[in-house]
Design a protein around this ligand. Structure first.
Ligand code: SIN
Length: 314
């Protein structure tokens, strides 16, 4: 009997559970030199804002032990250029498309949702309410239940009923399940867990921060245990809400760990910078591990770690 590697999130179906992570594959043109994008479960595009944006000043990347810091600042062409240039090209590739949006205000989210609403062939919308590289912490909507709710409500009201909404959350909060409940209540169909953690590196030679804006988002294997913890907690709290897991996935085994915690699909991010074909290797390894562990269906592995006899299930 052949293994069924397909998965689904809030009505969106994927032939396999490996997606790109927003910001780590642009709009796919560079990656398409290395493999056919249609081999992915879906591409998640770089979070796009209402207006074109050059991002933060350089230096805006720094290596860290088992990870990296980025302080890109949501560089991008703006939603109109993106929809005109990138989406038609992506459609030609035959890949499922998850558009990621980011706003500076609740009204921005409403505007972005209305723009995306008119576009055919979009599989899902990732609503990034957790970028750490913003002017002030008040703009990290996902750090506060009220602002998280307002941003997601604005998208829900303006996107219509057909495109599933995936809210992207930060682990930089006291209780991620509280924020998860708020955004699901406000209309999110799924959750993307986790965005990068706010971090900082000081160069001990210059004795100054390495990044021009001092802080950045920490990603890579260093944050995987945080991702596993957040996914596990949220899956326990909201078992019917699908989770797109991400955070330091560099191998099929890493992806499997996120799946066991409760992820219905997994995004590959930082690993792509070191190896552009990482997503393809991870996809193959994940399928092999699922089969080795005796699963006939990928979906049976989702949240398996919660099925501990006598465990506290938390
Ligand atoms: C950035 O462009 O600064 C990163 C976006 C994010 O982490 O959400």
């Amino acid at each position: 009997m052949s293994f069924d590697f397909s998965t689904a999130m809030a009505g969106a179906r994927f032939s396999n559970p490996i997606l790109t992570a927003s910001g780590c594959a642009g709009s796919g043109k560079e990656l398409s030199q290395f493999f056919r994008l249609s081999e992915l479960g879906a591409i998640v595009t770089k979070s796009i804002m209402v207006k074109p944006r050059s991002g933060r000043a350089t230096p805006r990347m720094a290596e860290t032990p088992s990870g990296m810091l980025n302080s890109i600042g949501l560089q991008g062409p703006g939603i109109d250029q993106f929809l005109e240039n990138d989406i038609p090209w992506l459609k030609e590739q035959g890949v499922k498309i998850v558009i990621s949006i980011a706003g500076e205000s609740v009204e921005d989210y409403a505007v972005l949702a209305r723009k995306v609403r008119g576009v055919a062939g979009i599989t899902a919308l990732e609503v990034n309410i957790s970028c750490p590289n913003v002017e002030n912490r008040g703009q990290v909507f996902a750090c506060n239940p009220t602002t998280a709710r307002e941003a997601i409500s604005a998208v829900r009201r303006n996107i219509g009923g057909e495109v599933p909404i995936i809210a992207k959350l930060t682990p930089d909060v006291t209780d991620i399940t509280e924020i998860a409940r708020e955004v699901v209540d406000a209309g999110a169909d799924g959750l993307a867990l986790i965005n990068t953690l706010l971090g900082m590196v000081i160069d001990t030679n210059t004795m100054l921060p390495k990044l021009s804006q001092k802080t950045g988002g920490l990603s890579g294997p260093a944050i995987r245990p945080v991702a596993v913890r957040a996914i596990y907690q949220v899956h326990a709290a909201l078992p019917n809400t699908p989770i797109l897991g991400m955070g330091g996935v560099a191998s099929g085994r890493d992806a499997f760990e996120l799946v066991l915690a409760g992820a219905s699909a997994v995004s590959v991010g930082t690993a792509t910078f070191g190896n552009p074909t990482a997503a393809m290797a991870i996809k193959q390894e994940l399928e092999e591990i699922c089969i080795q562990r005796g699963f006939q269906n990928f979906r049976d592995a989702i949240g398996f770690a919660h099925r501990v006899e006598g465990g506290d299930g938390e």
